[in-house]
Design a protein around this ligand. Sequence first.
Ligand code: RP5
Length: 173
Amino acid sequence: MSNQPQVGIVMGSDSDFPKIQNALTALDSFGISYVVHVMSAHRTPRLVEDFAKNARANGLRVLIAAAGGAAHLAGVVAAHTTLPVIGIPVATDLMGGLDSLLSTVQMPGDIPVATVGTGSGGAKNAGILAAEILAVADDGVREKLDAFRQKLVQKILDKDAALQEKLSHGKNA
Ligand code: RP5
């Protein structure tokens, strides 16, 4: 794993951390270094601006921003950089996080945020998507992504074989 962090992860509150850990796990699995910070678009707007404006000069290549509720963090980060920004809408108690999802995904034209789903699958996809973006110029990461996909295929084949075995023994009742 290179020591230079390539992915910058920010979240609106420490309460978001347990919900986005799958993003970190995915990045770890591809050997990608990252930095993680709590910063809030409304509580610490200056900090967010500085982080986003300096991200490229600090060696970061992809940014991930996670927030819940009126979740403008990813959009604000994207406003201050032309690095690709992935938004994680953190689930809330309101309709499973529909508020976070719409706040993050519905960016007006000109300033894109690549938004993943709410929930643990979304956070995982944020990490994988960051890896795919880095893999455009990094063959080592691309090879790890290829191996990951191969494992997925094998997992499904194994599951299907187990199902066929179960059905052939009349265990479906
Ligand atoms: C957002 O408000 C955060 O991203 C978090 O999802 C939500 C609640 O934050 P706390 O009140 O738990 O700090 O800014």
